[in-house]
Design a protein around this ligand. Structure first.
Ligand SMILES: [Zn+2]
Ligand SMILES: [Zn+2]
Length: 236
């Protein structure tokens, strides 16, 4: 099994695997962005164009994400992070829901803090320099911000022996939400958007509106905290 194989690796070879995996995720996200542009946003003016700063910050995010994954591997080897490999289906569902809700609340709070002018000037402004988002924007952030998100994720995993399937589901969902939120287009048909919104989840246009108006739509996965704290703005 993959986990057993990872357990037996040295730190250097495990880190090389995580670096390759993060490059693959980055390349996959950019390919998904191209796919979305082709089908949902033909003729998009800035498609495929990016500045040297955007590229440099994206590379730094990929490196930091790899380093965080290696850090998580060390904590797993040390027994600080424990993963449940024999979870029943209901445990997988429960753990996925807990991870989504816990990370959603923590990210909402941190996002609100990141927008306080003092902190905004230190880190979060970098992600907001690009009003017209592309999938690359998902990776364009201050190294401090990438480090903060990664640390929060690893910290969350230390609290409970989550099922490995729930961890994988959450990571895939996080990537899906990140890519679609920075696709720069609505993607979902109106009825689907309303349905997803009614369930309390965010939809691709939700975060795009945050890039247009930084006072609204601070949530990442759910709209719960935006609605409760009156920072929600629906797409028209
Ligand atoms: Zn964004
Ligand atoms: Zn923001």
């Amino acid at each position: 099994m993959l986990l057993e194989w990872l357990w037996q690796q040295s730190f250097v070879s495990a880190s090389a695997v995580f670096f390759a995996l993060n490059i693959l995720i980055f390349a996959g996200a950019l390919a998904a962005g191209k796919f979305i542009d082709h089908f949902f946003n033909p003729g998009k003016e800035n498609a495929g164009r990016f500045t040297a700063t955007e590229l440099l910050l994206s590379c730094s995010t990929v490196c930091i994400n790899s380093a965080i994954t290696s850090g998580g591997w060390l904590l797993w080897k040390a027994g600080v992070i424990r993963l449940n490999t024999q979870a029943a289906w209901w445990q997988i569902l429960r753990d996925t829901a807990v991870l989504v809700l816990a990370m959603d609340l923590a990210l909402y709070i941190l996002h609100r803090i990141a927008h306080i002018p003092l902190f905004y000037k230190i880190a979060h402004y970098k992600h907001h320099e690009y009003k017209e988002v592309t999938v690359l924007t998902l990776f364009v952030m201050s190294p401090l911000e990438a480090l903060g998100f990664g640390t929060l994720w690893v910290f969350t995993l230390c609290f409970f022996s989550f099922s490995i399937e729930a961890v994988a589901l959450f990571l895939n969902m996080n990537l899906y939400f990140g890519i679609t939120a920075h696709a720069g287009t609505a993607i979902y048909p109106e009825r689907l958007r309303r349905f997803v919104s009614a369930l309390g989840f965010t939809y691709p246009d939700f975060h795009r509106l945050h890039h247009e108006n930084e006072r609204v739509n601070m949530g990442f996965y759910t709209r719960i905290w935006d609605v409760l704290l009156k920072t929600s703005r629906e797409a028209q």
